[in-house]
Design a protein around this ligand. Structure first.
Ligand SMILES: [Zn+2]
Length: 269
């Protein structure tokens, strides 16, 4: 159903030509109603939108793990269709949990709310493009240690989809030739990487890779300190368990004094 709705919305410009279903749309052929998307062929009528997107990804042999960004394979307007599809399946989950969503006013629209929350909010970093990072040249030829943070981290574990709430500090040692990015961009980039189901160890590595690529510094260091709700809400139910991990690259790896300076500055905060 969800795909049919999106298809109709996307491909029909003239209201009078609206067909009753996507199947009918396709049957009419290309001369009456244009099916613009090459990927939506005859066989795709009634195919869930997630499958259509998945086929595009597979055609490019790209990866689509929980912490991958797949925005390149999503066309404008399709996120709404994905929300509809997830809502439909979330409703089935609620039903399997034997929750009476008909008479329980609290759960009546839960499926739609959860679908929207996943696609448009907490896992948004999978579906939207990387924020634009305006780079500017290092005019004052700074090569002193910069520390950015704490940046608030809101993520979820890939294993249980339980929240991960924490903080991140980023240390950058720019070279005189480095391209710098505005301070707020570190937060934007962090949010983009974290708004996906993640594993803390992989998330910090991904962020470090991105910063190295963008800034080309002499060194990058990241420390992340987070509460994992899959340890607190479920499992061992240990309220105080935290996870701290770090990535050190370039100068931070080679120079123990620099590493010490970075870590000691964090302790003071
Ligand atoms: Zn977990």
């Amino acid at each position: 159903m969800a795909i049919q709705k999106t298809l109709t919305k996307k491909t029909v410009t003239n209201k009078t030509t609206v067909a009753k279903s996507a199947k009918q749309l396709i049957k009419k052929g290309s001369n009456s109603v244009a099916v613009k998307r090459a990927s939506v062929s005859k066989g795709d009528a009634g195919t869930p939108l997630s499958v259509v997107i998945r086929r595009r990804i597979e055609a490019q042999k790209a990866r689509f793990h929980a912490n991958d960004n797949i925005s390149a394979f999503i066309e404008p307007g399709e996120l709404e269709g994905l929300v509809d599809e997830v809502a439909e399946k979330m409703q089935a989950v609620l039903e399997s949990l034997v929750i009476d969503t008909q008479s329980d006013h609290n759960t009546k629209n839960t499926s739609k709310r959860v679908a929207k929350m996943f696609v448009k909010e907490v896992f948004n970093g999978r579906y939207i493009e990387q924020p634009t990072l305006t780079k500017f040249p290092n005019v004052s030829r700074l090569n002193e240690l910069m520390i950015i943070g704490p940046i608030t981290v809101r993520s979820a574990c890939s294993h249980h989809l339980c929240p991960i709430m924490g903080r991140i500090w980023i240390g950058v040692l720019p070279s005189k030739e480095s391209a710098l990015i505005g301070l707020s961009k570190y937060s934007r980039l962090t949010e983009w990487v974290m708004c996906r189901p993640q594993i803390q160890e992989e998330a910090v590595v991904e962020l470090a890779d991105m910063l190295e690529k963008k800034i080309k510094p002499i060194g990058v260091a990241i420390v992340m300190d987070a509460d994992h709700f899959c340890m607190q809400w479920r499992g061992v139910k240990d309220r105080d368990s935290k996870m701290v991990n770090s990535v050190m690259r370039g100068a931070f790896l080679k120079d123990s004094n620099l590493r010490r300076e970075f870590l000691s500055l964090l302790e003071k905060r």
